[in-house]
Design a protein around this ligand. Structure first.
Ligand code: 13P
Ligand code: SF4
Length: 309
């Protein structure tokens, strides 16, 4: 089989024929973002997946995001262009080890960041994303002990913002841990008028220098409404595509990785390509499938999040 010459219009034709919707995260390649029906952060994408009337969901993101869409739509076909598009943060929380951790703290509520496997979601009381974590934790009764998993950096940030103690699972994201205080301070000296905008998955030494901290959608909104004209963007640089489209006269400087051996692009997100997306639609595979028991158990904490955020 050969690729069509005009891959963009071929994808659009398939989309109509299949009654499909293409959902893309901000960390996807620009050409994928440009063809998507909806681009968003993890919360926005979950909402879109919960509300869509389409028969097929093509998820341009990573595995846990497509899994969440499948949990919300057990009877729909959910396609992920490359099944190997995982997440280092989700991988840092293996289900067996987490089950033991949970058993050691039996009276705790489990608040899990959406960047985790369906197995972890199935063991959770409520899910959160980077845009609603503080809001969700603030709604939990004050005397209720909490386990927060898997991201220790977001967990620490939520503890600071809410004044709540939480037991943190010690997971992290390889992309956000590649940013360093030294590089941010160097960029600030080069661009003294720039505002630093950062994702809460970054380490505290980096977040300390941020003028604004938020999810990808929150960073985009902040950059658009701020009076500043230059921003140092401390998250995966895929987000800069929309920032630059929405504010062409502003300058967005991607924070570099801490050394030349590392990269600030998410190697998992970037496994998806427009070509793979086309083949996924054409062949209706690879599709996300889940054991029914996990799917059912994971639905409740996701629905709770959607109701509480
Ligand atoms: P948000 O989509 O909530 O901004 O999270 C970013 C991220 O790391 C997704 O993997
Ligand atoms: Fe996972 Fe980090 Fe990539 Fe997001 S950026 S998908 S948290 S590895």
């Amino acid at each position: 089989a050969t690729l069509p010459r005009d891959i963009v219009s071929a994808i659009q034709t398939l989309k109509r024929e299949m009654n499909a919707v293409i959902l893309a995260h901000y960390y996807q390649d620009p050409d994928i973002q440009d063809i998507a029906d909806y681009i968003g952060d993890s919360l926005g994408l979950s909402r879109q997946a919960a509300d869509t009337n389409a028969e097929v969901i093509v998820f341009a993101g990573v595995h846990f995001m497509a899994e969440t869409a499948k949990i919300l739509n057990p009877n729909k076909l959910v396609l992920l262009p490359d099944l190997a598009a995982g997440c280092s943060l989700a991988d840092s929380c293996p289900p067996a080890a987490f089950a033991q951790f949970k058993a050691e703290h039996p009276d705790h509520w489990v608040v899990s960041y959406i960047n985790c496997s369906a197995e972890i979601k199935a063991m959770s009381d409520i899910i959160c994303t980077s845009s609603n974590a503080v809001k969700i934790v603030n709604q939990i009764p004050i005397d209720q002990p909490i386990i927060f998993a898997p991201d220790r950096n977001l967990g620490r940030y939520v503890m600071e913002q809410t004044g709540r103690e939480m037991r943190l699972w010690q997971g992290s994201c390889i992309v956000h841990e590649t940013f360093s205080e030294k590089q941010i301070v160097r960029l600030q000296m080069e661009h003294p008028d720039a505002e630093v905008i950062a994702h809460p998955e970054c380490e505290p030494s980096v977040l300390r220098h941020a003028n604004y901290i938020g999810s990808t959608t929150a960073l985009l909104k902040y950059a658009l409404q701020s009076q500043s004209s230059t921003f140092i963007v401390v998250t995966e640089p895929g987000i800069i595509h929309q920032m630059q489209k929405d504010a062409p006269h502003k300058r967005f400087i991607p924070a570099p990785a801490m050394n030349q051996c590392a990269c600030n692009e998410c190697p998992h997100m970037r496994l998806n390509t427009l070509e793979k997306l086309y083949w996924a639609m054409k062949t209706r595979s690879p599709e996300i499938t889940l054991p029914v028991a996990i799917q059912t158990a994971a639905l409740r904490p996701i629905q709770r999040m959607l109701a509480m955020s």
